[in-house]
Design a protein around this ligand. Structure first.
Ligand code: MN3
Length: 210
């Protein structure tokens, strides 16, 4: 059984960028449903999973329903970690790479927001390391960077309407700009970047309970 990870901060702590109402619905209803569905499908199939990452990789292209739920369970857990109530600008090796690969945080923001705004329908916008360089990509629906060869996720924002509609209505751009400027977790992103470069451990979803 996979657990629904607790938020790494209080529900109300991302206000006013993300309201407590959005966080409660998003975590306790949406994310919980993906975890519950994945657990049920695995139980019905008699599968004892070793990790959520393994479930994502093995279901990709072969079991779309399981992939959708496992991918969404993973992406949401990574998304909660990608936010913080204690905003601090990028530092360390990540900051140097942002300068080298984008020309600075302002240019990165412009590309990140444009990718998210230009993404049609539901999905995710990612900062990632690909072939040693930072890049911005978006994925559709439950698609995830987990299991993609040569690509490591660094920071993630949810583009599904349930992530912002209560607070921003249809203004996805407004949500992304405020998100980037006020709650993006650059300390977490820095850890993921370092892990992609061989320093420390990348984020992993909590191991399943017996
Ligand atoms: Mn969501």
């Amino acid at each position: 059984m996979f657990v629904l990870p607790d938020l790494p901060y209080p529900y109300e702590s991302l206000e006013p960028t993300v309201s407590v109402t959005t966080m409660r619905t998003h975590h306790d209803k949406h994310h919980k449903a993906y975890v519950d569905n994945a657990n049920k499908m695995l139980a019905d199939a008699g599968v004892a999973a070793t990790s959520l990452e393994a479930v994502v990789k093995s279901s990709r292209g072969s079991n779309q329903k399981l992939f959708n739920n496992a991918g969404q369970a993973w992406n949401h857990a990574f998304f909660w970690e990608s936010m913080t109530p204690s905003y601090a600008a990028p530092g360390g090796a990540l900051a140097a790479a942002i300068d080298a690969d984008f020309g600075g945080v302002a240019q990165l923001k412009e590309k990140f927001v444009a990718e998210g705004v230009g993404h049609f329908g539901s999905g995710w916008v990612w900062l990632a390391v690909e072939n040693g360089k930072l890049t911005i990509v978006s994925t559709h629906d439950a698609e995830t960077l987990v299991g993609r060869d040569g690509v490591a996720p660094v920071l993630l924002c949810d583009l599904w309407e349930h992530a912002y509609y209560l607070d921003y209505k249809n203004d996805r751009k407004g949500f992304l700009e405020k998100w980037f400027d006020t709650v993006a977790n650059w300390a977490f992103a820095g850890q993921q970047f370092d892990a992609a470069k061989g320093q420390g451990q990348a984020y992993a979803y909590p191991a399943p309970t017996a």
